[in-house]
Design a binder for this molecule. Structure first.
Ligand code: ATP
Ligand code: MG
Length: 402
């Protein structure tokens, strides 16, 4: 049987004028996620997207579609010649492939083509009887059945489907514009990135590192985390920014109590400069309210004061356990807890101020060449495109060396 997949949008359907743009973005994202199957034909139309699989592996495609934002749900659909006897046999064959023991079912026929010789009641009865005759221990139930067999009578053929898979919801990545994600090697920021993508934001990851105080493994960990979340939105630009000079300057010139605040202010200034260069609209980070000294509201005020760019904190109101649940679901948790030093932990003062004052931070910063430090950091940035294959490639190279 020839298979298509019918993809439904959910939230997109309410977007009126923008709908066409959303559907185009979603189609592009589906194409990117299935580029190793060039035979798949993507047919966008007003209410759904059809994928003609053309013998592409249905199980593989199904599992990838589950990660693509903007899809509400989807069903494999079988294309059957427009003849009810063939269709009846197909319905039985499809049911035989499912777990049916003790289950309930119904046939839901609709006629897109009203000129067809039989009406929907007749077809429902006909197909229902065939199922009851051929499948043991199954009963009809019209309200909330376990299995709904959908039959759509089209001009050219019948479309039959028995299963509907939940999609990831959200909006197609790219449809909300671009943002930069401040990505450390921790648990929170990859989750923040995932949630940003869920609302349609295409992200670029900015990572600060301080060699030789931080190791190549710490940098690789940040790249691997980036690779993990490409699954939800395709390729991500990874932007590594050298931070050593700034950390040494702060260590040498800033009183300990303000070192953390000023470190964060410097990170934010640089991230904002990178954002502008990369033509992105907003900054995303993994701050969670009250988690550590830099994440009190007073700290956020003092740190945030260096820019008016919107800073979106997707995990700000989540408990650590809730963040960890998502990290596990998106498979970043095990990587995040690998014990590599972060540029912030290494220079972390013993007792950072939890209620820093902006005016005092500004006064201490007079000791630093802010403009020069930001400029040199931005000049030193290295941009690497990361795809889901990047991490795997590097692993293979590593194991080849061993
Ligand atoms: P995470 O688990 O994301 O590392 P955290 O709980 O460890 O967060 P902090 O270390 O205080 O919290 O960092 C707060 C946020 O600042 C991070 O979520 C991240 O967005 C940003 N950040 C921290 N360190 C870096 C870094 N080296 N490069 C880029 N962004 C960073
Ligand atoms: Mg951290």
């Amino acid at each position: 049987m020839e298979t298509r997949i019918q993809i439904r949008f959910g939230e997109l359907s309410t977007k009126g004028k923008n709908k066409k743009r959303f559907i185009q973005q979603l189609s592009r994202n589906i194409r990117e996620a299935t580029q190793d199957y060039p035979q798949i034909k993507i047919q966008p139309n007003h209410d759904f997207i059809f994928l003609d699989l053309n013998d592409a592996d249905e199980a593989v495609i199904t599992s990838r579609l589950k990660d693509i934002f903007g899809i509400q749900n989807f069903s494999p659909v079988y294309v059957i010649p427009r003849d009810y006897e063939t269709a009846r046999a197909a319905v039985v064959e499809l049911m035989q492939g499912l777990e049916t023991e003790g289950k309930t079912f119904k046939i839901a026929t609709r006629r897109s083509d009203h000129s067809y010789e039989h009406d929907t009641n007749w077809l429902n009865a006909e197909f229902g009887a065939a199922v009851l005759q051929n499948i043991p221990n199954i009963t009809v139930q019209v309200k909330k059945p376990d299995i709904t067999v959908r039959v759509d009578v089209k001009k050219e053929h019948f479309l039959i489907s028995t299963e509907t898979y939940q999609g990831a919801g959200g909006l197609p990545v790219g449809s909300s514009g671009r943002g930069v994600l401040m990505l450390s090697g921790g648990i929170d920021s990859p989750v923040a990135g995932y949630l940003a993508m869920k609302r349609g934001v295409e992200i670029e990851a900015v990572h600060f590192h301080s060699p030789p105080y931080t190791s190549p493994q710490a940098l690789k960990k940040a790249k691997d985390l980036t690779a993990k979340i490409t699954r939800f939105g395709g390729q991500i630009q990874f932007i590594e920014v050298p931070f050593t000079e700034i950390q040494e300057e702060i260590k040498a010139k800033i009183p300990e109590g303000y070192a953390m605040t000023i470190t964060r202010r410097m990170m934010l200034r640089i991230t904002d400069a990178v954002r502008e260069k990369r033509k992105a609209l907003a900054i995303f980070n993994g701050e969670s309210l009250g988690q550590v000294a830099s994440q009190t509201l007073e700290s956020m005020i003092a740190i945030n004061a260096v820019t008016t760019t919107p800073i979106i904190r997707p995990v700000a109101t989540m408990d650590k356990n809730e963040i960890i649940d998502i990290a596990q679901k998106i498979d970043t948790f095990d990587l995040s807890i690998q014990p590599f030093e972060d540029c912030c932990t290494i220079f972390a003062p013993a007792a950072p101020k939890t209620k820093p004052q902006i005016d005092r931070a500004e006064r201490y910063e007079e000791q630093l060449d802010i403009v020069g430090l930001v400029e040199r950091a931005v000049e030193g940035m290295i941009v690497t495109p990361i795809t889901s294959a990047t991490a795997i490639e590097e692993e293979t190279i590593f194991s080849d060396l061993l």
